[in-house]
Write a protein that binds this ligand. Structure first.
Ligand code: NAD
Ligand code: ZN
Length: 239
């Protein structure tokens, strides 16, 4: 069965995405050939730097890496984000569960977005909880400090070693358990809770769109090996 037919036959589609969804927007993923994991920074891997322990041990180093590689103010939504917006407007798409922290689904206008790993657009003072947009981090130097109390500003991004937000995970589980079709795209599924969340899906059609094989392939109704932006761009809204 083709992807178009699955979408036509479904009423509650959920999209579960990862970094591959945003590569067409110019944001590198982690584990592809050109991904960030292919390189080392000051002798450390991205996984080491983006960890809770590193954040507390060496906040200057953390923010140096974070500003340079995790913030992409110039990135614009691509064909995947746009198609998902149309699908939500047409009442086909129930929700988007994403591991991305770039905020591009919300920027496109989608409303039911579950950002499992948080968002670079939300930053909070660790002492007084004051909110700051991404620009505050981008345009500060060294460790970003709160205007009100001088506390350290921490991005609302789930670092390795940190637990994801409970309510976001609960919302994602609810959407997955109510879905009749699930599209998994642009993710290696190697970061928890992604892989185990998928067990909440008991719907009819499971589609995987990814450039390389992933663990979910074996349970899928349809596996499309290719570029998610090209594949989603071809989807049309019927009825
Ligand atoms: P990952 O890098 O582990 O895996 C990406 C997967 O997508 C790979 O299997 C790759 O083959 C595939 N892929 C890449 N481009 C594709 C394309 N155009 N079409 C189809 N498939 C494509 O990413 P992940 O599984 O999302 O997990 C990585 C972690 O990295 C997450 O925690 C996430 O928060 C973080 N991250 C986020 C961003 C972002 O916000 N845009 C970018 C990089 C990393
Ligand atoms: Zn403060």
């Amino acid at each position: 069965m083709e992807l178009q037919e699955i979408i036509d036959r479904s009423r509650r589609v959920v999209f579960f995405g990862g970094a591959g969804v945003s590569t067409a927007s110019g944001i590198p993923d982690f584990r592809s050939e050109n991904g960030l994991y292919a390189s080392e920074f000051e002798g450390l891997t991205p996984e080491m730097i983006l960890s809770q322990s590193f954040f507390y041990l060496n906040p200057e180093g953390f923010f140096r890496f974070y500003r340079r590689f995790m913030l992409h103010p110039e990135a614009k939504p691509n064909a995947v984000h746009r198609k998902l917006y149309e699908l939500e407007k047409a009442d086909k798409l129930r929700g988007i569960v994403t591991q991305n922290i770039d905020g591009l689904h919300k920027a496109t206008g989608n409303r039911r977005v579950y950002e499992l790993h948080g968002s670079v657009h939300e930053n909070y003072c660790m002492d007084c909880n004051a909110f700051y947009p991404m620009e505050k981090i981008l345009h500060s130097e060294g460790i970003p400090r709160c205007d009100h109390c001088g506390g350290v500003i921490k991005p609302w991004v789930v670092l390795y070693g940190e637990a994801p937000d409970k309510y976001t995970v609960m919302g994602a589980c609810r959407e997955l358990s109510n879905a009749d079709a699930l599209i998994i795209a642009g993710t290696s599924l190697s970061v928890e809770p992604a892989a185990s969340l998928l067990d909440y899906f008991h719907g009819k059609y499971l589609v995987v769109i990814n450039a390389e094989p992933i663990s979910a392939d074996e349970r899928a109704t349809l596996v499309i090996r290719g570029d998610v932006a090209e594949v989603m761009d071809r989807v049309v809204m019927n009825g």
